[in-house]
Structure formats: C-alpha cells, structure tokens
Design a binder for this molecule. Structure first.
Ligand SMILES: NC(=O)c1ccc[n+]([C@@H]2O[C@H](COP(=O)([O-])OP(=O)(O)OC[C@H]3O[C@@H](n4cnc5c(N)ncnc54)[C@H](OP(=O)(O)O)[C@@H]3O)[C@@H](O)[C@H]2O)c1
Length: 404
C-alpha cells in the first residue's frame, strides 16, 4: 500500500511505501499556519536501538510553535536533515523494532517520552541522561517527530499506555506533565503543606502542576487570565485563583522610572493577593515558565529560602529581577528541563493509578495541525490539545474519568 488511510488501524506490523507527515522546511519557517504543510515522505530508517511507532495521536506543545517560527533558534541548526517533522508527544503502537531492542515487541501500546540521549556515556549511566552531551528533545532537536503516521524513537523512550485512556487523551500529557513532575518533585522537592504559586495554571504545564500539588498535599495557587481558565484551575484543585489581568506586573521593554515604580507597587499588590489565599504566607515554590514578564515578580514574592523553578520563557528570555531579594532572603533559582526516563515512568504510574488525569480540551484532525499550533501561539487554548492521526476523533471522551 502506498500510504495508510488516516483514522484507520492497518494490520499490525504491515508497512506502507510512504507516510503522511506535517513538515517544516527551512524556506518556509514563520507562522505555523504556513510553515507546517502535509507532505508524503519516506518512512524513517530504524537503527538497532530504535522503535518505529504507528502514531495514533500526537499532542501539541509550544516547541512546535518555536520550530515553525524558527525562533528563538532554527531547528535546522539543531539537526542536519533538510526537513523537520515536529511533535514531542505521541501515543501509538510499536510497529517495528531494532535488532537490539528486547523490552518491547510489535503490537505493544505505548506513550512516548521525549528525551533522547546516547545511553553510553557516564552521565547516562550514573548521573542523569538529561546531562548527556548528546541529550536532545525528540521532535524538536531531532527531525522525526510525532506529527506523522509513523515516528522513530529510542526504545528507552517508551512507556506503557495507561489502559483506561483512549488514544487521544493518552497522547496529550507526556511532555508537559513529565516536565512539571521533574520541576516540582525532583528539582524543587515539593513537600506536603508547601504553598506553590503556579503561573499559567490552566496551560499545558500548569494543569499538571496543580494535580501534582494535590497528590503531594501541597497548596496550588493558580494564576490565569480569564474566568474560564479560573474555573478549570479550581476544578483541578487550586486552593485559590488570581486573575493576572487585574494587576499590572508585566515587565515591559524600555520602561520609564514612573512605569517601574508603578510595576513595583503592582508586584506588592500581587503579593498581597497571594497571601490572602495562603493565610498570610509567601509561596514556598514559584512554578515559572513565563519568563520576561513575570520573573521579577516570581523572585520578589517567593518566601525567604523559597524556590523559583523555571523551565521556559514564553514572554521573553532576558530576565530581570532585583538580586537583593535573592541574596538577602536566600532564595534559590532552579533550572529544569523535561525529565529523564525514570522520572517519566514514575510520573506515568500516577496516571496509570488514576491519581493524575490528562486535561485534553481540543482534538484536531491531522490537516489542522498548523491551526492547533496557531491557537497555541495566540494563547487561545487551555489544558492540552492533540492531533488525531490513526486514531478516530469520535473515540475521544472529553472527561476520561467518566467511563463510556
Ligand atoms: N524545558 C522544558 O522541558 C519545557 C517543557 C514544557 C514547556 N516548556 C515551555 O514552557 C512554556 C509553557 O508551556 P505550556 O505547554 O504550559 O504552554 P501553554 O499551554 O501555552 O501555557 C502557558 C500559559 O502561560 C500563561 N501566559 C502566557 N503569557 C503570559 C504572560 N505574559 N504572563 C503571564 N502568564 C502568561 C498563559 O496563561 P494565562 O493567559 O491564563 O495566564 C498560558 O496558559 C513554553 O514556553 C514552553 O516552551 C518547556
């Protein structure tokens, strides 16, 4: 067969001549709506430690937006292929295995974590694969991501798909949930009773940060920008919600001294709004990924000896803050990036056990992959979005906690 029909389940292990993929090329980097186009391409070659997965569905992440834009850095500087298939989340079926793969077999139902590493260096074998000098995020720093009928991954990237989830929900949570897990559990060492301030609490990372707080017994304080997102954050267990549009804390470029004075007043007002929720306590942990517009406030509001854990910078990478708050009050800034396979597996167990749930809000057909990324770029989504590829959209259960 030339290519499989979308939305169908072909005989397990059968290989077509070609596959459909959403492809970004160097000459069309820019707006996701035009940068991402469907093409018919060859199947990826499978190395000895690799696995070819039939992609049932593929979750949408912000790195697809960065990849389409070619900013802040072009993906073509990160790998040598003349094309880029984005996508760092997938649920699917093992379709072919490399000669050295022993832990997985054709037909296994899996979700995929997005960290790739060499597997051979001392860092991979004693420290943390995230410290490997060849560490890469699959589907961002590598070219064969998940917005295609097949994706090629390292065998160590596979996790068992939780049986109670449909393909669409299963494809949606890995990247952001495993990132939030490492940030809060491993890096910030969140404890019961901690007050955790969560920016973008109804976004891809935030919905899992809230749920992890609940699992551990910490208090999630959600920051959002509209009532619908506030409602979602509350439904997940936020102990209080702050609408950021009611305060003017955004750090803008080239601010005047008057604007700065106003911003500092607004930061203090924001701190009061947090303390109104936490019985007067400052946050033990601030969950950061917004960057430019919020980081100064994050450092300011964290309590003495508190931690600011950061994995991204949607609103700008050049961060400015008053370092006196850091040293005088002995706060810590912790960088964090995705998760290693062990952390991904531990986090996946909580999904398997029904303690953490995917928060899938939108499912798009394959042809609308660019539209899904454009919506994310414009902050028009909440929770997670996913793309149906071989899965049928009609199988989606909006709230997987309700059995069919
Ligand atoms: N290093 C890693 O491993 C890693 C992993 C995952 C994500 N990331 C990065 O983390 C960032 C967030 O990812 P995500 O998947 O959670 O994205 P998302 O679904 O778009 O959620 C981000 C949230 O941030 C909030 N936000 C946006 N602009 C803001 C601003 N100017 N001030 C305050 N809040 C703002 C929005 O919430 P409201 O409008 O409701 O406030 C939005 O819901 C992205 O930059 C992504 O690349 C990094």
């Amino acid at each position: 067969m030339r290519v499989f029909d979308l939305g169908t389940l072909p005989p397990v292990g059968e290989l077509p001549d070609k596959m459909l993929a959403v492809v970004i090329r160097p000459d069309r980097e820019g707006d996701p709506a035009t940068a991402m186009q469907i093409e018919e391409v060859d199947l990826p070659p499978v190395g000895p430690n690799d696995v070819l997965v039939l992609t049932m569905a593929a979750g949408v992440n912000f790195n697809g937006v960065w990849a389409a834009r070619g900013k802040p850095v072009s993906v073509f500087k990160m790998h040598k292929e003349p094309f880029h298939i984005a996508g760092s989340d997938a649920a699917g079926i093992v379709w072919k295995i490399g000669t050295h793969v022993t832990r997985w077999k054709v037909g296994d139902e899996v979700v995929v974590h997005c960290n790739q590493s060499c597997g051979q260096c001392p860092e991979c074998n004693g420290l943390d694969p995230m410290a490997c000098s060849d560490q890469k995020i699959w589907g961002y720093e590598t070219s064969w991501g998940s917005f295609a009928q097949f994706t090629r991954v390292q065998a160590q990237q596979l996790l068992h798909k939780p049986k109670h989830l449909d393909w669409l929900s299963a494809s949606s949570y890995g990247l952001t949930y495993f990132t939030a897990y490492r940030m809060l559990i491993h890096q910030a060492k969140m404890k019961p009773g901690d007050n955790v301030l969560i920016w973008g609490a109804a976004g891809g990372l935030g919905v899992f940060a809230i749920q992890l707080c609940k699992v551990v017994g910490a208090n999630p304080i959600a920051v959002v920008s509209n009532p619908e997102k506030a409602e979602l954050a509350r439904s997940l267990g936020a102990v209080g919600v702050i609408d950021r549009t009611a305060v003017d804390i955004a750090k803008r470029p080239n601010e005047t001294p008057e604007q700065k004075t106003h911003r500092l007043e607004e930061m203090r007002r924001f701190g009061k709004a947090v303390r109104a929720i936490t019985l007067g306590r400052d946050p033990d942990i601030v969950f950061e990924h917004v960057g430019g517009e919020t980081f100064g406030t994050s450092v300011f509001v964290a309590k003495k000896f508190g931690k600011i854990v950061i994995c991204g910078a949607t609103s700008g990478f050049d961060l400015e803050f008053d370092v006196r708050h850091l040293w005088m009050r002995q706060k810590q800034i912790l960088g964090s990036h995705f998760a290693n396979a062990y952390q991904a597996e531990r986090a996946n167990r909580l999904v398997d056990e029904g303690k953490v749930w995917p928060v899938l809000d939108q499912v798009y057909p394959f042809a609308d992959t660019p539209k899904a990324h454009a919506a994310m770029a414009e902050n028009k989504h909440k929770g997670k979005s996913t793309i149906a590829i071989q899965a049928n959209i009609s199988e989606w259960r909006r709230d997987p906690r309700k059995q069919p």
